[in-house]
Design a protein around this ligand. Structure first.
Ligand code: GZL
Length: 304
């Protein structure tokens, strides 16, 4: 083949690559952290999916600290990324940094959690599950299971986070319809296994070995897995003596369900990059008004 032809072919190939790269969007993602089992799975899927969509993803893990998230978002603004994704650790404290992104004309997309801001034009949309519904599903399952009579201990998620606030509200909206259903102890385990174990150890002490307690409602599976450890160490039988309902449906809770140590878990989908990125890429291609909340479904699962 004539050298000129080879050279020509190489140039054409490089141009194609360049064009593809030029259309590649650079997106900053400020992630809460890597607590528990669900979040690492979500992060891995977001990073893997970004490659499939040809997105240059700048991933920032805040290790659960809001100040780190704010720092990351400001760095993305300074870099001039095409879009910013935020999974906000707590609902408050976002107005100023979102205003800075808006002034820089960089669209912000909320995923997984939520913010509490007056001006909802500060973000394009929120793509996440309905935490209030997840709480309702857990409450409805327990009301049926206990025939409307149950003293409950509650392990709350990270204080001030949207899932902790809304899962509690949804759960209480259902059990409040049953006079004999009551949360008798509640404390935050911060969505971690260690946190859940510590909280359940405290509940075991304060209720004389969970005497009269019918159920444990944990805002995520990792805290419930810690609670299961604590209960077994105290000689109790989680899943038999006490009904165990939580949220996320991570692999380890599936094992606990199969072993009869957990009874129900509401699934929080983690493989959602393939759903999130097309929404963002379509918006970047031609910005249009989107619903302020695009809901990802949640389904309740039991052992059988
Ligand atoms: C909810 C998500 C929660 C999970 C926990 O969307 O933010 O955070 O339920 C995680 O496992 O810590």
């Amino acid at each position: 083949m004539h050298p000129k032809t080879i050279f020509g072919g190489a140039v054409a190939f490089a141009a194609t690559i360049a064009a593809t790269m030029a259309s590649a969007q650079t997106i900053g993602f400020s992630q809460v952290g890597s607590e528990g089992d669900w979040r690492p799975a979500f992060s891995a899927n977001m990073q893997e999916s970004a490659k499939e969509f040809g997105i240059d993803l700048k991933f920032a893990n805040a290790q659960g600290k809001q100040e780190e998230q704010l720092r990351a978002v400001r760095a993305f603004i300074a870099q001039g990324v095409d879009a910013i994704i935020v999974a906000p650790v707590v609902v408050t404290g976002w107005d100023q940094v979102l205003r800075e992104a808006k002034e820089a004309e960089i669209p912000v997309f909320l995923v997984d959690r939520d913010v509490d801001v007056e001006d909802k034009t500060l973000y394009v949309t929120r793509i996440s599950a309905d935490f209030n519904l997840e709480g309702k599903l857990a409450g409805a399952w327990l009301a049926t299971e206990s025939k409307g009579t149950c003293k409950i201990v509650e392990l709350q998620g990270t204080t001030g986070s949207a899932p902790a606030i809304e899962r509690k509200k949804g759960f209480e909206a259902v059990i409040s319809q049953f006079p004999a259903m009551e949360i008798v102890a509640t404390q935050s385990g911060d969505f971690t296994t260690e946190g859940g174990k510590k909280v359940m150890e405290a509940f075991i002490k304060s209720t004389n070995n969970l005497d009269g307690i019918c159920a444990s409602f944990a805002h995520n599976d990792n805290m419930q897995l810690g609670a299961i450890q604590a209960m077994k160490e105290a000689g109790l039988k989680p899943g038999t003596d006490v009904q165990m309902v939580s949220v996320d449906y991570v692999p380890a809770i599936k094992d606990a369900l199969a072993a009869g140590e957990a009874n129900a878990s509401v699934e929080l989908r983690s493989a959602v990059g393939g759903f999130i990125y097309p929404i963002i890429l379509d918006y970047l291609k031609s910005p249009t008004e989107l619903d302020k909340w695009i809901v990802i479904p949640s389904d309740l699962h039991t052992a059988n």
